[in-house]
Design a protein. Structure first.
Length: 397
């Protein structure tokens, strides 16, 4: 309820990999697009391309992210290019009439928050605005007000203790390890084996009368940023198709090899070495020597909290983020956390189905904004936290 009337809120989740938006109270966002913008300069003017238009190669078009590696928006003009055609035009939203909830990284930056608030009030003239940490919203999406959220996305991985709906910032742990890092390692591995990844836009023919014919086109005016974008997309597809975590880490050369066809029809075979790449999330990485593995992140973050809530945090470990969609990830967390936790501690890992896990921040934001009986002086997140606590007390009775 806003201003005495029932008004549907709008939830915008601006991530470092994808930006999602939709009406509160719905089961899924209405728009889900890469957090990238294509820019084409022509005679002093600029033309912008977003969403599916990024898949079409254009001479001299550059690709850039609207956020930095930490998830903070750095290109507000690019953000507008994403929101206007997809939220304002396609969804038909009058931003002057709908309150908005925006997500932010768990380790927020005051300057970033102030800039975000100023931009949405001045540019979109929203009547009300609420900014909330993505980890808190992920907790709400699982019906938890006190838990430990393990959030692993494209560029970063967080272990965030949540207590009564508030992120305990002094206790949270963050490492710059995510899905893009695994994609980079896989790309380097393929290059070391002599495998060349050819972007799809280069290929003009694959088969003729059942016979494979390679036919590549050269585009001299393709920018390095677009070439890197197209190549990363191809490597990411290989990662999502083949890489997985087994119940026990692979040992030696006993793991079977897996064949895969590249966009140009070339077949490659990945063995145990490639399949060990996701293990870096649990064994550490050369990118960040201090990284200790996600299971140890969980234990260390919980140790930093008060002794009174540690038991409840271990019993409510929420897994969220696109990087956790690697097959076997949740099972491995459940397997290894007890090794890092105190003896005889009850461990429970809570995870949505893969699609919902990827959308957990947006789904968590959709819940609080949808309560129509929200009073003007009470923030929506405080209300949801209170309702979850009341529900928990009823179960204990």
């Amino acid at each position: 309820m806003y201003g005495g009337e029932d008004v549907t809120g709008v939830v915008i989740d601006i991530g470092s990999y994808h930006t999602r938006g939709g009406y509160s109270g719905e089961d899924a966002p209405r728009m889900d697009t890469p957090s990238l913008v294509g820019t084409l300069e022509n005679e002093g003017s600029k033309e912008y391309f977003v969403d599916m238009m990024l898949q079409i190669r254009r001479d001299r078009m550059t690709i850039s992210a609207i956020t930095d590696k930490n998830g903070y928006v750095t290109d507000y003009n690019g953000l507008d290019m994403i929101l206007k055609p997809l939220v304002v035009d396609k969804m038909g939203i009058d931003t002057k009439e709908h309150p908005m909830l925006l997500t932010e990284p768990s380790l927020h930056n005051k300057d970033h928050r102030a800039r975000m608030v100023s931009h949405f009030f001045e540019k979109y003239q929203v009547p009300a605005l609420f900014i909330c940490k993505s980890s808190v919203l992920a907790a709400f999406s699982c019906g938890r007000s006190t838990c430990l959220v393990l959030e692993s996305g494209a560029n970063t991985t967080y272990a965030v203790p949540i207590h009564d709906g508030y992120a305990l910032q002094p206790s949270m742990i963050k490492y710059e390890i995510g899905g893009n890092y695994l994609t980079k390692i896989l790309d380097e591995f393929l290059a070391s084996k002599g495998t060349t990844i050819v972007p799809k836009y280069v290929i003009t023919a694959k088969t003729v009368n059942g016979q494979f014919i390679m036919n590549y086109q050269k585009f001299e005016l393709t920018t390095p940023s677009y070439e890197a974008f197209a190549k990363q997309e191809a490597v990411c597809e290989i990662k999502e198709a083949l890489l997985h975590l087994t119940p026990d880490p692979p040992m030696g050369e006993t793991s079977p090899r897996t064949d895969y066809s590249l966009p140009d029809g070339t077949k490659i075979s990945l063995g145990p070495d490639a399949k060990r790449i996701p293990e870096l999330l649990f064994t550490g990485s050369s990118e960040d020597n201090a990284f200790i593995g996600v299971h140890k992140m969980i234990a260390e973050a919980i140790i930093r909290t008060d002794l009174d809530i540690r038991k409840e945090l271990y019993a409510n470990i929420v897994v969220a983020g696109g990087n956790t969609l690697i097959p076997g990830f949740v099972e491995r967390v459940q397997q290894l956390v007890p090794e890092a936790a105190p003896a005889n501690t009850k461990i429970k890992v809570i995870a949505h189905m893969p699609v919902e896990r990827q959308l957990s921040a947006w789904l968590g934001g959709s819940i609080p904004v949808s309560y129509t009986h929200l009073r003007a002086h009470e923030t929506s997140l405080h209300l949801v936290c209170r309702l979850l606590l009341e529900k928990k007390k009823k179960k204990k009775k």
